[in-house]
Ligand binder design. Structure first.
Ligand SMILES: NC(=O)c1ccc[n+]([C@@H]2O[C@H](COP(=O)([O-])OP(=O)(O)OC[C@H]3O[C@@H](n4cnc5c(N)ncnc54)[C@H](O)[C@@H]3O)[C@@H](O)[C@H]2O)c1
Length: 159
């Protein structure tokens, strides 16, 4: 039995009082105890990458950093090779974190598209009002894109 199957059966285990208090949520420990495979976080349709996807991040705010952190955690899948961010503080912090050289750090999103395509994809994590233009520019330049969704709780979007 894989860990995935084990977790799927946990309802049954609970109902027959097999799982003691405190054990739930510590699935890796349980798996180890029973010699189960740790496949719960694996995507069954995952295809190993031949090389990491190179990405330019536009907007190194809250969401942008969440995506970019993925690159640090999975360098075999994704590399951040450039960033555009208008806040100098955020830009500097991001530059250090991802070890980018000065030439790979832009202030305004549109500066990214002054040079021919130099990455596989662009992640657009700018505020809601600044989604369309960078997305169209990125598509026009031939990039694959990950475009953030508008977030209802953001100021101005409440209704
Ligand atoms: N925060 C969330 O939980 C959440 C969830 C879902 C979707 N979203 C969406 O994700 C997007 C980003 O949200 P956020 O919370 O990360 O906002 P944020 O303000 O933390 O990040 C946006 C970043 O874009 C930068 N930016 C603004 N104009 C720019 C420009 N011209 N060029 C380059 N950078 C520029 C800002 O300086 C800022 O750092 C929004 O569309 C939001 O609705 C957010």
């Amino acid at each position: 039995m894989s860990l995935r199957q084990f977790i799927l059966s946990r309802k049954l285990l609970r109902s027959i009082n097999v799982v003691a208090n405190g054990i739930q949520g510590r699935w890796k420990d349980v798996a180890e105890l029973f010699g189960l495979r740790e496949d719960v976080f694996e995507n069954p349709s995952h295809i190993p990458f031949k090389r990491p996807v190179s990405v330019i991040l536009i907007g190194a705010g809250h969401r942008g950093n969440i995506y970019a952190d993925y690159a640090l955690q999975h360098p075999d899948e994704m590399t951040i090779i450039a960033v555009a961010e208008i806040s100098e503080t955020r830009l500097n912090k991001f530059q250090k974190k991802h070890r980018l050289n000065n030439e790979s750090c832009f202030t305004f999103w549109n500066e990214v598209f002054n040079t021919p395509k130099f990455a596989d994809a662009v992640i657009i994590a700018t505020p809601d009002h600044l989604h369309t233009e960078p997305a169209l520019a990125a598509l026009e330049a031939g990039y694959d894109i990950l475009l953030e969704n508008p977030w209802p709780q953001q100021k101005g979007n409440a209704d």
